[in-house]
Write a protein that binds this ligand. Structure first.
Ligand code: GDP
Length: 284
């Protein structure tokens, strides 16, 4: 019985253009969004709307609290957001500077978004994936936990600033709390904090400290679930439902919709870019 299905699958694979044949493993950074739009519907949904792809595996109405479409941009919106993240002579995307204290942070008036998460959660990889259309931007990705000990500021054209915060938890810098707390509390142009949680692990005690910090300062924040390519669909679904329940019942400031992403397959990256462009006022 399995053979005809397999043959059909292989046939479809061979019908795809070369770049798309790699879709199951990794998204090529040279692949433009126009090419993404030509993907078969199932693959496109998995790449662009990973939560909706997961939804298809739920028993209908079994989880009415799973927020799938609070932020539900069209493919046209997502395509427009891509240009915000594409580096060009007129839209320079570049590293600006690093700071260990808030008063050393660059004085910028543009809207700002920051990324926080425990060491090794995949923060540098995610930022690198967001900047895949600006390959000249150097975002260090390390195999050793805890290398990001400074706040790193990146300018995205005239649009906004992205801040890579130091990882917390194992081998976090001693002055981490002072640095991060002061930044989160006092940075006036901070529009949104993206709090990264490893989807394979779920919310850890260390993540809870960051969540409590965001809640205490009444910050608007968003939970991004990293490394979704690492888990089976069943495990991922279980984790997503658990984390969604946590967000629904235990948080005030967290955006109700989760953002699952993979820096390896690029699943969810386009949607996240579109969300960032939208909240910084650049999707008009
Ligand atoms: P950071 O310490 O939070 O900046 O984490 P990194 O971005 O340096 O990632 C930590 C480790 O996880 C590295 O070995 C990455 O290659 C790996 N990693 C990061 N993102 C992903 C992902 O989306 N999928 C998989 N499979 N591995 C990832």
């Amino acid at each position: 019985m399995a053979a005809p299905c397999l043959r059909l699958g292989m046939k479809q694979l061979f019908k795809m253009p070369a770049a798309m044949g790699h879709q199951g493993r990794a998204y090529s950074t040279s692949q433009t969004f126009a090419e993404v739009l030509r993907l078969p519907k199932k693959q496109l949904t998995k790449l662009v709307y990973p939560l909706q792809e997961l939804e298809q595996h739920l028993v209908p109405d079994s989880m009415p609290d799973l927020h799938l479409r609070v932020f539900d941009p069209s493919l046209e919106d997502i395509s427009r957001a891509e240009s915000v993240f594409a580096s060009s002579a007129r839209n320079r995307i570049e590293y600006i500077s690093s700071a260990v204290r808030l008063d050393h942070a660059p004085d910028l008036s543009r809207p700002e978004v920051c990324f926080i998460g425990r060491s090794n959660v995949g923060k540098s990889s995610l930022i690198k994936a967001l900047f895949s259309l600006a390959p000249e931007v150097e975002v260090r990705v390390s195999k050793k936990p805890g290398h990001t000990k400074k706040m790193n500021f990146f300018k995205v054209g005239k649009y906004f600033t992205v801040v890579d915060m130091p990882g917390y938890g194992y081998r976090a810098p001693e002055d981490f709390v002072d640095m991060v707390e002061a930044y989160l509390k006092e940075r006036r142009n901070l529009k949104r904090t993206f709090l990264l949680v490893d989807s394979a692990v779920g919310i850890t005690k260390t993540d809870n400290i960051a969540i409590e910090m965001c809640e205490e300062f009444a910050l608007p924040y968003v939970m991004v679930l990293t490394k979704i390519d690492k888990s089976s669909k069943g495990h991922l679904l279980k984790q997503v439902l658990q984390i969604q329940k946590f967000v629904n019942t235990q948080t005030q400031g967290c955006f109700p919709q989760l953002f699952p992403v993979s820096a390896v397959t690029y699943s969810g990256i386009h949607l996240l870019k579109c969300f960032i462009a939208n909240i910084t006022g650049n999707l008009n």
